[in-house]
Design a protein around this ligand. Sequence first.
Ligand SMILES: CC(C)(COP(=O)(O)OP(=O)(O)OC[C@H]1O[C@@H](n2cnc3c(N)ncnc32)[C@H](O)[C@@H]1OP(=O)(O)O)[C@@H](O)C(=O)NCCC(=O)NCCS
Length: 138
Amino acid sequence: MRFLTRRLVMPNDLNYAHSLFGGRLLQWIDEEAAIYAICQLETNCLVTKHIGEISFESPALQGDIVEFGLATKGVGRTSISVSCLVRNKATKKTICLADDIVFVKVDPETRLPAPHGKTMELLAQQTAEEIGKLNIGV
Ligand SMILES: CC(C)(COP(=O)(O)OP(=O)(O)OC[C@H]1O[C@@H](n2cnc3c(N)ncnc32)[C@H](O)[C@@H]1OP(=O)(O)O)[C@@H](O)C(=O)NCCC(=O)NCCS
């Protein structure tokens, strides 16, 4: 699982208990997972089909930086299942795990599921190539 994105917890992200509001985190997870799935499947014609069990393990507070780890859990004919782990950047403590987020590719005209043509093997190869192109050397 690679942690490629981060967000800063701002005052308007908080609940009445002064910690990160669950709804805000769900919005961020859906968005981060969607971006990940779009890049994996190389199409932005995706819709969120299913979000499985989510557990909120520890709170995030104002000023915390949270980071999002994403991985491909499974690939079907029209769908992809993604795992998302959110953790505190400083402490590495898990804030939330969403283990089964399913996106389906849809045809832009009919809105019906459409084959994406990817396999786990293809995605692994594609990811390895992308990592090779990342400018993250020191
Ligand atoms: C996405 C949508 C077109 C799928 O329609 P559908 O009738 O469920 O389609 P299918 O039964 O052919 O399933 C399509 C894929 O989703 C998967 N799927 C369906 N229901 C699922 C579920 N509950 N959990 C996980 N995967 C599911 C199927 O396994 C299939 O994957 P595969 O082709 O990779 O094997 C339709 O449900 C839809 O438009 N939903 C609204 C999506 C949306 O607007 N999301 C934004 C949030 S409001």
